[in-house]
Design a protein around this ligand. Sequence first.
Ligand SMILES: [Zn+2]
Length: 98
Amino acid sequence: MDESEQRLDGNAAAGILRDVFVQELTTARSACASCGAIAPVGSQHLYMSPLAPGAVIRCNTCEQVLMVFVHAGGRYRLGMRGLTWLEMLDSVEAPPDA
Ligand SMILES: [Zn+2]
């Protein structure tokens, strides 16, 4: 069996995407792609203006842009180019003290 036999289209990821994008993300751990620092999203630096259509989250260690959010024209756009990964607890499977 080659890999193409196991390949599905992206619509098959609907369940896991729905699970991930309803999580509380300020407690999620984030890894900076620039300096490698790992910290909760809630401890990073947020830059936003009341008149701006979005916000920027920067690394609290090196100030590299981690995440960019834009809400305009009836759409949300999320860029996470500055992150190596984002990790959140699974509220169903995580132990109570995690
Ligand atoms: Zn950094």
